[in-house]
Design a binder for this molecule. Sequence first.
Ligand code: PGA
Ligand code: ZN
Length: 425
Amino acid sequence: AIARITGREIVDSRGNPTVEVDVELTDGSLGRAAVPSGASTGAREAVELRDEDPGRFHGKGVQGAVGFVNGEIADAVLGLEAEEQAVLDGVLIELDGTANKARLGANAILGVSLAVAKAAAAAHRLPLYRYVGGVDARLLPVPMMNIVNGGAHADNPLDFQEFMIAPIGAATFAEAVRMGSEVFHTLRRDLLAAGHSTAVGDEGGFAPNLRTADEALEFVLGAIERTGYKPGQDITLVMDPATSEFFRDGVYDYTGEGLRRTVQEQVDYLADLVARYPVASIEDPMAEDDLDGWRLLMTRLGDHCQLTGDDVFCTNEALLREGIRTGVANSVLVKVNQIGTLTETLATVGAAHRAGYTVVMSHRSGETEDTTIADLAVATGCGQIKTGSLSRSDRTAKYNQLIRIEEELGAQARYAGREALGLRR
Ligand code: PGA
Ligand code: ZN
């Protein structure tokens, strides 16, 4: 049973405060979880509670959320069985009492939910991926590595937020990391040679002074080729334009490029990029408020491109179900802090799988050394993880954890490869 809960305020990869929770069970087992934080958040995400006290951390303090962990939440969950995750999460949701965890904060609730799961895994002497996923949890995800950063994650004029490489042709996860690292370093050299900055953005990808997706894709494609890999075969391209950030008054407002695209023009533009570059997956190609645009794009590209909903679903099972019913996206991004409990996260993954949607486990742009999502990617067998570039320990920590999991699984481990994205060949 849960014997002790300790919340504290720590700092994340952007130097902003976030919640960390330690849980101790009566048998002495320990679990610790730290909560991530987004910059380009969906409007319907669970609420991240901040103190709004300008005298501390520019208003971003989380002493209030930590206070709830150590007070109300601890009072409600001490004595509960750690293995009864659904019961625990139900208690947390009911104690909060709002539809979006606005009272106690999804940051307070998620910290407790994940720390309890990790303590329970420790009590069973199981790694988290096996505790959550069972003996069948042995599929290592394809990493989507974000090597060029723009949008809300960098100060450059790039309108699109993320340009990623996915080593679908690797034989193992460790090999995928090697391939990604090699391309990352080739790209660094190429950018330097072209007179660009090689400073990195929030997710560890380069943030060169580029304006258009074409320019970024050319650099990434060139780096793949110059490293000796076949684009589309060994390594495919993935983008997250994060369009909710620049959809205004019914049009897509490309401030970096200095032009606007109507919904139809946005669809045509993306279809053109997919025709000219080996892009296998696009996340938030259309904005969270542009469901008609989403359906238009699905008709146009849905059969041969993974179209992943992030802001439009917010890891929320109800929003996902509505999207499944109405033909929005064919894939869902899963971010634990968008919904706030492990149980709800797993429910969303289950709903996606039953509808034939693919699932991408994901970090946030604000991260910590916590590697829970690496285990959850294997636990759910989702086959894909998005967790940043091949630099910055907050990003590489997840890749390193997956390397360890692959080693531990030994001959049982299977790398998801190209089928994970719904690609047939
Ligand atoms: P965020 O961005 O963590 O800043 O919200 C990540 C994403 O849009 O996928
Ligand atoms: Zn996104």
